[in-house]
Design a protein around this ligand. Structure first.
Ligand code: CMC
Length: 431
């Protein structure tokens, strides 16, 4: 990785330091500052990690200027069109597309872990019915650490493998249970004769009282949503999982930490916030008012589903998602959906506006996903849990990679301290 002939020079107070320059296979060069403090006695300052690589990874690559997203080198558009979620899971976890028999074996292993411990049903019943399903998921996924202690030794590669399969298999079950619990319906057990996406739809929408047939086109749309959310490099929730697990913490608890981070409206919570915003706008004639608010520095309002830390051209996931929205609404016979009209017109007006052009703000993956999910029958509160279950494989792949990295160590950022320097305690009567 290090090209010794390629170094950068840093001069501090007249003294020069050589910083090795690491060459990636794609993306900008990376200055290696690991020895900077030891050699020069200074820290670097980078809130939000806008210029800092926190790890060495081979899983996902994003070129934000070109709107490129690659998983193990394969473009997301090709994967969304030609592959399917469990194959992408295999690719992310193991680095290569599976052979037919490896895929069959992987699908079999995932399918045989879809049930959750029966005792977990009681755990769900401790929550209020009106709890947000993300709140329930944070709790229940964290509680997996109490139910599956036999796969929690992170130093044992076999246990790491079992924990990985368990999470990919059980997250849809847990998300569906969180939904069923919130609407007061009985939990639906997983069905191993159904594919991953169809099984999730069945667990969400079937009831014991009548037959439910999963529509294959909806199942395909569901699978595509899972695929488009599978991984996304070192985003906030993935970095949370990496940081939490850097101490050797329980894997299920670390994924719960990722879910907690994802819930925020600046991250995975944006899909719920976006649909709520589109509904609040309601009609096309109100769009200028909301665009004006988004541009107003004194108004905290932002266009949800717009902007991205890395994508500064377009979000390739949004392109596929927009096409899927048209297909799903067409399939369901939902013509002239007013929310879709508002979304399309809002996108057009924002893209024509110099404010959004100058700041390179484009629709992101969350802009259209909510429209599809709502058309499929999901309430807005389920949008982020669906993102969470899709992203679980990304979190786990990055978590596994971290353990095989020889440079891996506990995460421990430094700080720019600007508080008081040492001073003496003053007794309360003298303050
Ligand atoms: N509406 C209006 N202005 C915006 C928006 C927006 N959605 N996003 C960014 N800006 C402005 C922001 O006010 C700032 O202006 P200025 O330079 O004048 O202060 C400038 O653009 C840069 O914004 P930033 O907050 O410094 O950029 P960031 O890279 O830290 O934030 C973001 C990225 C995604 C958090 C932000 O664009 C945002 O809050 N978007 C809305 C929430 C959203 O859709 N999130 C989903 C992200 S994609 C799914 C995922 O990864 O979870």
């Amino acid at each position: 990785m290090t090209d010794a002939s390629n170094t950068a020079q840093l001069t501090i107070n007249g003294k020069s330091y050589d910083l090795p320059v690491l060459s990636p296979t794609a993306g900008p060069d990376v200055l290696d500052i690991r020895k900077l403090y030891a050699q020069a006695g200074v820290f670097t300052y980078d809130p939000g990690y806008t210029s800092t690589a926190s790890c060495d990874s081979t899983i996902t690559f994003i070129d934000g200027d070109e709107g490129v997203l690659l998983h193990r080198g394969y473009p997301i558009g090709q994967l969304a069109e030609k592959s399917h979620y469990l194959e992408v899971c295999y690719l992310l976890l193991y680095g290569e597309l599976p052979t037919a028999s490896a895929l069959e074996d992987f699908e079999d292993r995932v399918t045989r872990h879809t049930m959750v411990h029966e005792q977990m049903h009681n755990f769900f019943r401790g929550f209020r019915r009106d709890a947000h399903p993300m709140a329930t998921m944070v709790g229940v996924v964290g509680a997996m650490s109490a139910f599956y202690a036999d796969s929690a030794d992170v130093n044992d590669p076999w246990q790491r493998e079992v924990a990985s399969i368990r999470m990919i298999a059980k997250l849809p079950t847990i998300a569906a249970m969180a939904y069923k619990y919130s609407i007061g319906q009985p939990f639906v057990y997983p069905r191993n004769d159904l594919d991953y996406a169809s099984n999730f739809l069945n667990m969400c929408f079937s009831v014991p009282a009548e037959n439910y047939q999963v529509d294959p086109i909806l199942s395909r749309a569901m699978d595509r949503i899972f695929t488009l959310h599978a991984d996304h490099e070192q985003n906030a929730s993935t970095s949370t999982v990496r940081l939490a697990s850097s101490s050797g913490a329980n894997p299920f608890a670390c994924i719960a930490a990722g879910i907690a981070c994802l819930w925020g409206p600046a991250h995975g919570g944006a899909n719920q916030a976006c649909l709520e915003m589109l509904k609040e706008i309601g009609t096309v004639d109100r769009i200028p008012e909301f665009i004006a608010r988004a541009k107003d520095k004194d108004d905290p309002f932002r266009l949800m589903g717009f902007g991205h830390r890395v994508y500064k051209n377009f979000d390739p996931r949004a392109t596929v998602m927009k096409q899927s929205a048209d297909e799903v609404l067409d399939l369901l016979g939902i013509e002239d959906n007013p929310i879709l009209q508002v979304a399309k017109e809002l996108e057009k007006q924002a893209l024509d506006d110099p404010y959004f052009a100058e700041k390179k703000l484009f629709p992101n993956v969350d802009f259209y996903s909510g429209i599809i999910l709502e058309a499929m029958g999901f309430p807005t509160s389920m949008f982020t849990p669906i993102f969470a279950l899709s992203r679980t494989v990304g979190w786990i792949s990055q978590w596994k990679e971290q353990f095989s990295d020889p440079a891996h160590k506990i995460g421990r950022p430094r700080q720019l301290y600007r508080g008081e320097t040492q001073r003496d305690y003053v007794d309360v009567e003298n303050r």
